[in-house]
Design a protein around this ligand. Structure first.
Ligand code: FES
Length: 104
């Protein structure tokens, strides 16, 4: 069953940075702002044990994992550059009273 999780204030998610936020299951999500909208993906790179919030670089809608320079489109989760081949999990984001919420 879907559960709504409140992650942080929307204004904490700024263009050009990656915001990490915890989930109830102990994993993390990474939040990005792209052209004004907020997107959420799993924080862990699907290629290895790298936190995208800590190790990644966001440029437009593409996050690069600096461990092996793989890339993903954060708006879809799809891998866009080798060696990443498995999509990141993505979460629908809603903003309620200025807070970022996702369904998990
Ligand atoms: Fe991210 Fe290898 S761990 S590209």
């Amino acid at each position: 069953m879907a559960e709504t999780v409140i992650l942080c204030a929307a204004d904490e998610v700024v263009e050009g940075e990656i915001k990490q936020a915890p989930l109830p299951d102990g994993s993390n999500v990474a939040l990005y702002r792209v052209e004004g909208a907020i997107y959420a993906t799993a924080d862990m790179c699907t290629h290895g044990e790298a936190s995208l919030a800590e190790e990644g670089i966001i440029s437009g809608k593409i996050v690069e994992c600096t461990f092996h320079f793989g890339t993903f489109d954060v708006t879809t989760g799809e891998p866009t550059g080798m060696p990443c081949e498995v999509a990141l999990k993505t979460y629908p984001v809603t903003i309620v009273d200025g807070q970022v919420q996702i369904e998990v």
